[in-house]
Design a protein around this ligand. Structure first.
Ligand SMILES: Nc1ncnc2c1ncn2[C@@H]1O[C@H](COP(=O)(O)OP(=O)(O)OP(=O)(O)O)[C@@H](O)[C@H]1O
Length: 297
């Protein structure tokens, strides 16, 4: 079976003005994502993530190299059939309703459905948009628009889902819901390619990460390879009694850092002091973790 995404020695340069020199955004990226895999593409602002995604979506041309989706070159429109896409800032026709947008998507992707409206409504319900399915999206918040775009991408039963910062406009509950929906999509055999800055969200979804830095793919790793024993984990809790290693943040809220291997001891100490656990999260940013992994400071 062919790879879901095959990128080979991809280069892209932009000219800010007609006669200004071309500035490289991607400098020889080679990457394969297998069908059924969830791949997280991470990197700092301006690293080249969106450029790579726009090339995959056929929105901009490559300067050199090649990119194929299920063995079809990305400049062939057939590459986009069954490809769900959520851009970083989705632009949707704001005089349309979510239901109309989803119906348009399933038609464009030639999905054979007995009851297309019912199918689309189910997806809107799943994304918490059932009550506004027939309201023009003009009045929607950024997070709601993001949900419409995600619902549309999923409603076409995509063989590949490409998401640029899929969680960026969402509140914490929205993030949790979308991570759950994407995990479900992945469990059902779907392929995911997405970008993010947020380690915690990416960790929950990706089988592998690629770190892109100044247009160069610096490393590809599995999540477990990123979090070494030296990593510090931040723990937050709520309780009356002090616990060793925890400092009071404000009115009964405690915060502390602990090396990952000692996390369970700390949690046990909190349990014994009858604290309520509020949060456990890694303190390393993805970029720092990655730089560790590739041996750079
Ligand atoms: N249309 C454009 N014209 C000129 N330069 C561009 C254009 N789009 C992107 N760039 C430049 O290409 C580089 C890569 O940008 P890109 O948007 O791919 O990064 P990114 O990793 O997606 O960043 P972010 O996390 O901020 O979205 C940056 O230096 C950016 O300024």
């Amino acid at each position: 079976m062919s790879a879901a995404i095959a990128i080979e020695d991809l280069h892209k340069s932009y000219r800010r003005k007609l006669k200004s020199p071309a500035v490289p955004a991607l400098r020889g990226v080679t990457l394969t994502v297998e069908a059924g895999e969830a791949f997280g593409f991470i990197g700092a602002n301006g690293a080249g993530k969106s450029t790579a995604i726009k090339i995959l979506m056929g929105l901009i041309a490559v300067s050199a190299g090649s990119a194929r989706i299920f063995d079809v070159p990305v400049d062939d429109p057939r590459a986009r059939l069954g490809l769900g896409y959520v851009p970083e800032n989705p632009y949707l026709y704001d005089y349309l309703t979510p239901l109309e947008i989803l119906l348009m998507g399933v038609r464009l992707h030639r999905l054979q459905l007995d009851r297309p409206a019912e199918h689309c409504r189910q997806w809107l319900d799943r994304l918490g948009l059932g009550a506004v399915a027939e309201k023009p999206i003009r009045s929607f918040s950024k997070g709601m628009t993001q949900r419409v775009a995600i619902a549309q991408a999923l409603s076409i039963r995509p063989r590949l889902l490409v998401l640029d910062e899929p969680l960026s406009g969402l509140d914490p509950i929205g993030r949790r819901d979308v991570v759950e929906i994407l995990s479900e999509y992945k469990r059902s055999g779907g392929t995911l390619f997405f970008t993010s800055h947020v380690l915690h969200d990416v960790e929950r979804l990706a089988d592998r990460f690629g770190l892109i830095h100044q247009g160069v793919l610096r490393a590809v790793r599995a999540p477990a390879e990123l979090t070494g024993d030296e990593e510090m984990v931040q723990v937050r809790s709520y309780g009356r009694l002090p616990v060793d290693g925890m400092r009071e943040d404000f009115s009964g809220r405690w915060i502390g850092e602990v090396p990952r291997p000692q996390l369970w001891q700390r949690l046990e100490a909190l349990r014994q002091a009858e604290h309520v656990l509020l949060e456990v999260r890694p303190t390393l940013s993805l970029e720092v973790a990655f730089m560790h992994a590739v041996g750079e400071s």
